[in-house]
Design a protein around this ligand. Structure first.
Ligand code: ADP
Ligand code: MG
Length: 220
């Protein structure tokens, strides 16, 4: 899976576009259990990243991811800005240390970045946040034999769906207590969109003639 900087810019561009394309959906989710700004916040942040990609063309991949993180901190705002900013900045730092990004490197970098998000949000898995998507995504990537990149979008999507049943214990949704159950967490949904876009882009086109379920999933 090692990638060039040009390939990484394509991956990030797809991630930005996925967030932008789903901004209304994210805002609708946040309307149900928050303050109806998650889509607006995320769209602002990822448009800012997208508009700077060309400027970062000559940077090393780790530096590009770090710059994206800094931009997200400065532009998303809300609770999610510092969290997504931390995620990308720490991922970038970790990537800077490895010459080639193998799946194992990606899993190790994600481990460090997720722990930084937990520290920043004083949050854990099970509290109905983006961490409820990040943690299963990491577990899948860290499984070298079973955890293929093509299946990652489905893993992230199922994890976001699973937040519907949870009671929010962090962020604005926690003010609703039990009434937060029955709604998908907006941050979990945005995180699943980001993971799916990145995984599809990194995994590349599905080989023609493939009949595997996971390959079909990759086209979604
Ligand atoms: P705000 O809550 O300030 O309006 P957003 O609407 O942009 O910010 O983001 C809300 C999302 O942020 C939630 O759906 C949740 O996933 C995530 N979130 C909020 N607080 C925390 C926290 N302390 N730890 C982890 N994630 C959090
Ligand atoms: Mg909000």
């Amino acid at each position: 899976m090692p990638f060039t900087n040009a390939e990484l810019l394509v991956v990030i561009d797809r991630v930005c576009q996925a967030v932008i394309d789903h901004a209304d959906e994210l805002t609708a989710l946040d309307r149900a259990i928050g303050d109806a700004d998650h889509g607006l916040n995320m769209e602002r942040g990822f448009r800012a990243v997208q508009s700077q990609l060309e400027k970062w063309r000559d940077l090393a991949p780790g530096a590009v991811i770090s710059e994206a993180g800094k931009t997200l901190v400065m532009t998303i705002g809300g609770a999610s800005g510092p969290l997504y900013g931390t995620l990308f900045m720490r991922l970038g730092q970790e990537f800077s240390r490895v010459p080639e990004a193998t799946q194992a490197d990606l899993a190790a970098a994600l481990r460090v970045a997720i722990d930084a998000v937990k520290a920043r949000g004083k949050s854990q898995v099970g509290q109905k946040t983006l961490l409820d998507v990040l943690e299963p995504v990491h577990a899948h990537l860290a499984e070298p034999t079973k955890g293929s990149l093509r299946e990652l979008a489905a893993v992230a999507d199922a994890a976001a769906q699973a937040t519907i049943a949870l009671k929010a214990e962090r962020g604005r949704a926690s003010f609703l207590g039990e009434r937060s159950r029955g709604h998908m967490d907006p941050g979990a949904r945005s995180c699943a969109l980001i993971v799916a876009a990145a995984a599809h882009s990194l995994a590349g086109p599905v080989p023609s003639g493939s009949t595997q379920d996971n390959a079909k999933e990759g086209l979604r």
